[in-house]
Write a protein that binds this ligand. Sequence first.
Ligand code: DI6
Ligand code: FE
Length: 407
Amino acid sequence: MTPTNASRTLWRNAHLATLAGASPWGLFAQGALVTAGERIEWVGDASALPAGLVVQAEHDLHGALVTPGLVDCHTHLVYGGQRAAEFERRLQGASYEQIARAGGGIRSTVAATRAASDEALFASARGRALALIAEGVTTLEVKSGYGLSLHDEARCLRVARRLGRELALTVRATFLGAHALAPEFEGRADAYIDAVCEWLPALHAEGLVDAVDAFCETIGFTPAQTRRVFDAAQRLGLPVKLHAEQLSDSGGAALAAGYGALSCDHLEHLGADGVAAMARAGSVAVLLPGAFYFLHETKLPPVAALREADVPIAIATDHNPGTSPCLSPLLAMNMACTFFRLTPEEALHGATVNAARALGLADRGLLAAGQRADFAVWDAEHPNELAYWFGRNPCLRVVAGGKERAR
Ligand code: DI6
Ligand code: FE
């Protein structure tokens, strides 16, 4: 091992699911990990640990399962209020579209978000982030999209940045100004898109944007409007991703793939052309079973076609107050298996390495030398249990950037 100034820690007696290498799960039943500062320096079978290893700290994991830290690559974590009353209305027969068209839905959360103080937005988002971390999440994406003005979108993105700083986990901030039409722009969607495109350089200059997203849908924005947002992102060199084909097929995935999108998300109504375009572009398919479940959807995303085309599949919670008030990445993995028929191994890849890729992050999601030392320790005998239990949290410890998170 090369000399390092970073403090070195040995994690022994680990049942490793590295997700690296050719074997299923990348298992080492009697494994060990060596971390140096924020990175993994060595990982493998304990019998092969380098001779004469000098460490500053040592932890015995007593045979517990260790996986890469989970990556929740699609959340709308920062918002004011909640929408339990809308849930009740939907149970009485109103559809999500009807409520949205009547000015409820996203727009009601926009009003609550604008009315909330920075401190209140931070406090509620912090609580939600802690729930995700408690289930093994070490990297989190947070979208804006409930401010819908330059002032309020910036406030939400600053809260996302503050979450990353104060919770010592990686937060990727995605600008989703094109989430819904701001009330000030009623009947003037094109003018609103002009405004969104004007805000982006200012938000980017403040260091608030890692990627740009839009909601391309009959109740969202058209493909032509989405294109204008993506052109603005491209001018700044920012990567794009898209809420595409959630409620209907508007060709959004193929459009996004044309911009080299990191990911296309939802995708229940994705057709063969969209799959082929995503495969060519290397875009990740982010499946969001929480929203599928909570909206009682029945149209399944084309998982077999995505597999056939080698499109990487990721799984996320899509945490948001309207369609997926879910704070459990493990439940999302379970639902990806029960509803979408992913294998438990695909679900774990989907919540780790493929989710990292959906955020443009190549340094995490696997346990391998050189990767970030982000991992979770579980009370489980085999990694297939992570997608099996639901309503139980088997997470014992979370390590992010080599440091153990108090939980
Ligand atoms: N699709 C969704 O499922 C969420 N946003 C989106 O573009 C819903 C957001 C909400 O209803 O508040
Ligand atoms: Fe979403």
